[in-house]
Design a binder for this molecule. Structure first.
Ligand code: NAI
Ligand code: MG
Length: 395
C-alpha cells in the first residue's frame, strides 16, 4: 500500500487536542502516512480575515484527503469585532470554513455512523413490557446530502423586487403578498436531481458493501412534495439496482418519534441536508453523543473526515485535557475505510470497543460528570490516557 498524504487541519479549541490523538492511533495501527499541517479556523479569521486560507484549499486539492478537528464560529457582529485592526471596516464577512470546504470541493455525501458500543454507559435504554429495561443495539448509518437544501445559503430578508416578483407568480404566495419586505424572510430549499441521485445511490452502495438489509429515506414528501418527492423518486431508481435491500420511507417527524421506540430497526438512512443533520444528531444521542459521533464528507476528488463535535472552548485550555478523543478516533477509522484500509479500520474500532466495554478508562462524559478539572479526582481518565488504552488494545 502506497504511503498516503493526509492534510491535517486541527482548527480551534479541542480540535487541536483530539486530532493529534487520532494520528497517534493511525500510527500505532501501522497506517503509513505523512501528515501535512494546514491552517484553518478562527485564528486565521482574526489575522488574515479568512478562516479558510487558499493555501489550505490548495493542499486539499493536491492530496485529496483531509482530517479535520473542529472550528470555532461566532455570530457576524462578534466575528467582525475580533478582526485584527487593519482588517476591520473592509466589509469582510465570516463564514464557516467547514461549510466552505463542503461547497468548494462539492463534498456532497456526508456519512455519519451511529453504532452503540456494548458497555457504554451512555447507550440508550428503554423500559420493556415486564417493567425491566433493555438496551437495543443501534447500528444506523446516516447519509446526509451535504451541500444543498435549506443549508444551501440562498436566502433573503427583504428579498429584492425581482425575487419577490418571482414568488408572486406562485398561487400560494398570495397569503404573504401584503407582508412588507423587511418583515419577510425567505430561506430556499433547493434540491437537484443529480445530488439526490448521488446521495441515494451512495446509501445503497454502502448498504450493499456492509451487508445492511434496508435503506430508509427520511424526508417529508407529503408536505414538501417537490424536494422530498425528488429524493424519494431518486431513491426508488437507485433501489432498482439493489433488489436484496429493502427501501423504506419515513417522515422526519415520525422518525423522531420512532427513534426511541425501535431504533434497532433502522440501518442505512438517507436524507437531505437539514433532515440529515437532525436525524444524525438524534441517533448520535442514542449511542453516546458528541464524544462518540464521527463523520465523513465525501466528494469525487476530496474527502474530509471530522468528528461531529465543535471546538468546546470551555475545555480547550484544561491541562491535562479531559475531552473524549473517541469521536475523533472513530473518525480516523472512517478515513481508513475510505482509502481501503479496511482491516486497520476494523482494528481501530475493535480496540475502541474493547476499551469501552472493559470500562476501566472512561472520559468524564461517560461517567456523566459535569466537565471541569476535578473530574480526574472523580475517576475520569485524561484524553491521553484514553488514547493510550486504545493503542494498547491494538498490539
Ligand atoms: P461543542 O460540540 O463544541 O461542545 C458542546 C459540549 O459538548 C461541550 O461543552 C462538551 O460538554 C461536549 N463535548 C463536545 N465535544 C466533546 C468531546 N470530545 N468529549 C467530551 N465532551 C464533548 O458545541 P458548542 O459548545 O455548541 O460550540 C462551540 C464552538 O464550536 C462554537 O464556536 C461552534 O460554532 C463550534 N462548532 C464547530 C463545529 C465544527 O467544527 N464542525 C460543530 C459544532 C460547533
Ligand atoms: Mg449538527
Amino acid at each position: 500500500m502506497a504511503r498516503r498524504t493526509v492534510v491535517s487541519m486541527p482548527g480551534d479549541g479541542i480540535g487541536k487536542i483530539v486530532l493529534p490523538e487520532a494520528i497517534r492511533v493511525l500510527d500505532a495501527v501501522g497506517f503509513e502516512a505523512d501528515y501535512v499541517p494546514a491552517d484553518i479556523g478562527w485564528e486565521f479569521w482574526i489575522t488574515e480575515g479568512n478562516p479558510l486560507p487558499d493555501r489550505t484549499v490548495d493542499l486539499l486539492a493536491r492530496h485529496g484527503l483531509g482530517l479535520f478537528g473542529a472550528i470555532t464560529s461566532k455570530p457576524k457582529n462578534e466575528a467582525g469585532a475580533e478582526l485584527a485592526p487593519h482588517l476591520r471596516d473592509r466589509g469582510l464577512v465570516y463564514y464557516s470554513p467547514i461549510v466552505g470546504l463542503r461547497q468548494r470541493f462539492n463534498l456532497d455525501i456526508s456519512i455519519r455512523p451511529c453504532r452503540s458500543l456494548p458497555g457504554n454507559p451512555l447507550n440508550f435504554i428503554r423500559r420493556n413490557a415486564a417493567g425491566g429495561w433493555e438496551e437495543p443495539i443501534v447500528d444506523a448509518v446516516i447519509f446526509r446530502q451535504n451541500t444543498e437544501g435549506l443549508y444551501g445559503g440562498v436566502e433573503w430578508t427583504d428579498p429584492p423586487p425581482d425575487v419577490r416578483a418571482a414568488f408572486e407568480t406562485h398561487p400560494k404566495f398570495k397569503r404573504f403578498a401584503d407582508t412588507p419586505g423587511p418583515d419577510l424572510a425567505i430561506s430556499s430549499r433547493i434540491f437537484t436531481r443529480r445530488a439526490c441521485a448521488r446521495i441515494t445511490r451512495a446509501a445503497f452502495e454502502y448498504a450493499a458493501r456492509h451487508g445492511y438489509p434496508s435503506v430508509t429515506v427520511c424526508e417529508k414528501p407529503n408536505v414538501l412534495r417537490e424536494t422530498s418527492g425528488m429524493m424519494e423518486e431518486e431513491a426508488r431508481k437507485a433501489s432498482a439496482d439493489f433488489p436484496d435491500i429493502k427501501l423504506w420511507s419515513t417522515n422526519i417527524d415520525a422518525q423522531m418519534m420512532w427513534l426511541t421506540k425501535n431504533p434497532e430497526d433502522y440501518s442505512v438512512i438517507v436524507a437531505g441536508n437539514m433532515f440529515g443533520d437532525i436525524v444524525s444528531d438524534a441517533f448520535a444521542g442514542l449511542v453516546g453523543g458528541l464524544g462518540f459521533a464521527c463523520s465523513a464528507n465525501i466528494g469525487d476528488e476530496v474527502a474530509v473526515f471530522e468528528p461531529t463535535h465543535g471546538s468546546a472552548p470551555k475545555y480547550a485550555d484544561l491541562s491535562p485535557s479531559i475531552v473524549n478523543p473517541i469521536a475523533m478516533i472513530l473518525t480516523a477509522a472512517m478515513l481508513l475505510d475510505h482509502v481501503g484500509e479496511l482491516d486497520r479500520a476494523d482494528a481501530v474500532r475493535d480496540a475502541t470497543a474493547a476499551v469501552v466495554s472493559e470500562g476501566e478508562v472512561r472520559a468524564y462524559d461517560m461517567l456523566r460528570l459535569p466537565g471541569g478539572p476535578d473530574v480526574l479526582s472523580k475517576g475520569a481518565a485524561t484524553t491521553t490516557q484514553i488514547t493510550d488504552a486504545i493503542i494498547r488494545k491494538l498490539v
